[in-house]
Design a protein around this ligand. Structure first.
Ligand code: PMP
Length: 644
């Protein structure tokens, strides 16, 4: 901390920047830092990591651990880490205390308020009671992170800087006193802060159902349902700031073929917000260890982070317990797990498995393999000409031989949202369990596995703004506890001899070997992010995007839209007469627009419509109407080139 060079005795720019950094460190979103500011000091980690529990054979708790890493941990911690683990790494507000005491000492000489600038009282108010992040309570009783109000106060000081600051008749520039000027503070509030409501809860563990991170504070709800672009923008004005969201995704600034990237391949995979990227880096920089089996600090951190992610998943889909959440590589592995455990247990010779015509290959092939193995049969629910499930036909398929029903909630090839609740209820009325492929639904709509009463629900992290290589199987406890493991190895056993192996309970018994720890943690960060933006708002905005794109695409000569269900999510599948789908894809790519062209790993449903491939733009909440306009202009150009 620098000395005060000016006779005014007021804090200088570095001091205030340090103070600001300290506040921003406590906020839920990344904040701009002044260059040259060292960051926070870390208090010694007095009690060691609370999760560093004694292992079997260790008679007493491990001694308290301190290490240079702990200090780095505190100083470099991303903001979201503060919310989650503040109790583990107490931060000492040493800079702040020094700053306040120096302001106190000099208050008699110069009154900061005389300059209309923040004084001691303001500083205290700025930080409120929440400036201390106190000693760690036990993990089970961790409080929610404090609801910091600081930046509102800071904003009011920005207001002060807008007023002419004067002493006597002379206007005094703040900078001449080595204080931050308006532009400095505006800079502090720029970017994230211009779009972030500071009164949003800082706790990642308790996301507000109606997060205001990206929305105006008016409480006004966007008016949706109209397909006109102007109305989409009206919706934006009423709260949804897509430009702010786009800034969270670094890759959206990428250029392709000299053009700004337009990512319309979200059904294949989604991009990752910076908080997810940072969270994974943070894991490898500060927490990396194998989990569950060591008494050392990093094992405890890694275990905490991994199990914390499991809790986030459980909360996100409203599972009854984190024990009902199994981490897998993705939807494909998840369905294979279910087929090889639950399926193997239930399905025998002459039995039937029902899937729908809409399924992705990942929800066909594992059942095919099982059916081949045991001599069972696959029955298929047909769809109508719009791509909608025919519920009456479905009912007719169920009989006493039906052992499993497995259906997608959203079709990746057509975008159809299936009536999954009815499908589950009908299945259950016949006593048949229902598995839901949630790969395409979970990022577009609120999923509540208990309300759905799904027996299993599966999804992939990479389709919900999380990393690749991590996914989730939710299973009802009543099923999981009776299932044999499907893979054997470390991590899933309680005891092993050559004669007898005792397995762990769920979920560990289904997670043999070292899992994808870092990416599970990244998935947790992605779900926090989606929670902060608000899944209902995401759904409404994407719905408008889809309406707009459909409206503009349909009239183009030669365009055939495949999949015209009344309820669709973010996918537009089409063919263009005179062009192979890959030609359309290549032309779009020349303009920097990424779409999928091909069979989308869903050949049966495309063949139902007499095609082998389609062009498939698929949208996420970071896409815009301008991007759709660009896409439309390319399709129009191709369409008219063919006519000439
Ligand atoms: N089901 C559906 C509906 C999908 O869209 C996908 C991915 N395209 C999958 C399953 C398979 O997901 P993953 O490749 O992540 O395992």
């Amino acid at each position: 901390m620098s000395e005060y060079p000016e006779p005014s005795g007021l804090p200088d720019l570095e001091n205030l920047a340090s103070l600001a950094n300290e506040m921003f460190q406590a906020l839920p979103n990344a904040a701009p830092f002044f260059a040259g500011i060292s960051g926070l000091q870390a208090a010694p980690n007095a009690g060691g990591h609370p999760a560093a529990r004694p292992q079997a054979g260790v008679t007493s708790a491990p001694p308290p651990m301190t290490s240079p890493a702990v200090e780095r941990h505190a100083s470099a911690a991303p903001n979201y880490y503060f919310a989650e683990n503040a109790n583990q790494y107490p931060l000492a507000p040493i800079h702040l205390e020094q700053l306040i005491s120096q302001v106190e000492q000099t208050a008699a000489q110069v009154s900061p308020q005389a300059f209309g600038l923040p004084g001691e009282a303001d500083l205290r108010e700025l930080l409120g009671e929440n400036r201390f992040v106190t000693q760690a309570p036990a993990a089970a009783t961790r409080p929610a992170a404090p609801d910091l109000k600081v930046p509102h106060a800071l904003e009011s000081h920005v207001g002060n800087y807008h007023q002419p600051q004067s002493v006597g008749s002379d206007r005094v520039a703040a900078q001449s006193l080595h204080l931050p000027g308006e532009s400095d503070i505006q800079q502090l509030l720029a970017a994230e802060f211009s779009v972030t409501r500071f009164d949003a809860p800082a706790s990642a563990a308790t996301p507000a159902p109606d997060s205001r991170f990206y929305f105006l504070d008016s409480g006004a709800q966007p008016v949706f349902g109209n397909t006109l672009k102007t109305n989409v923008f009206a919706a934006e004005q009423q709260g949804f700031d897509v430009n702010a969201i786009r800034r969270d995704f670094p890759i959206l600034a990428e250029r392709v073929n000299g053009k700004p990237l337009v990512w319309f391949d979200n059904a294949a995979t989604t991009h990752k917000p910076k908080v997810v990227i940072d969270r994974i880096s943070y894991f490898y920089e500060h927490e990396n260890s194998n989990i569950h089996r060591a008494a050392h600090e990093l094992a405890a951190r890694a275990t905490d982070a991994y199990e914390g992610a499991r809790n986030k998943v459980a909360k996100f889909i409203n599972a009854r317990s984190a024990d009902d959440i199994i981490f897998v590589r993705g939807t494909t592995e998840g369905i294979n797990l279910i087929a090889n455990t639950f399926g193997k247990q239930r399905v025998g010779e002459g039995d039937e498995i029902i899937v729908s015509q809409l399924e992705h290959h990942a929800n066909i092939v594992p059942w095919y393999l099982l059916a081949q193995r045991v001599g069972a049969k696959i029955r298929v629910i047909p769809v109508d000409d719009n791509g909608q499930i025919l519920l009456d036909e479905y009912r007719k398929l169920i009989n006493s031989r039906t052992k499993i029903i497995s259906v997608t909630q959203v079709s990746n090839a057509l975008g159809t949202v299936t009536p999954i609740k009815e499908i589950i209820d009908i299945g259950h009325s016949f006593g048949v369990p229902v598995i839901v492929d949630g790969a395409q639904s979970v990022s577009h709509m609120r999923v509540n596995v208990q309300a759905l009463d799904a027996d299993f629900f599966v999804f992939s992290g990479h389709k919900i703004f999380g990393p690749t290589g991590i996914g989730v199987v939710y299973g009802k406890a009543e099923h999981l506890q009776h299932l044999e493991p499907w893979q054997g190895g470390g991590n899933m056993i309680a005891d092993v001899t050559f004669e007898r192996v005792v397995f762990q309970g769920a979920p560990n018994r289904f997670e043999a070997g070292t899992g994808n720890i870092a990416d599970a943690v990244g998935l947790g960060a992605a779900l926090d992010y989606v929670d902060r933006v608000g899944i209902e708002r995401i759904a409404r905005y994407e719905h408008d995007l889809l309406d707009y794109a459909t409206h503009r695409l349909r009239p183009i000569p030669g365009v055939r839209i495949i999949g015209t269900a009344a309820d669709k999510a973010s996918v537009l599948s089409f063919t263009l007469a005179g062009y192979k789908t890959e030609e359309v894809g290549a032309e779009l790519n020349r303009e920097g627009i990424a779409v999928r062209s091909g069979h989308h790993c869903a050949q049966p449903i495309l063949r139902r419509f007499g095609v082998e491939a389609t062009v498939r733009p698929s949208f996420a909440f970071y896409n815009t109407c301008e991007e759709i306009d660009l896409f439309i202009s390319v399709v129009q150009r191709l369409a008219s080139a063919r006519r000439n």
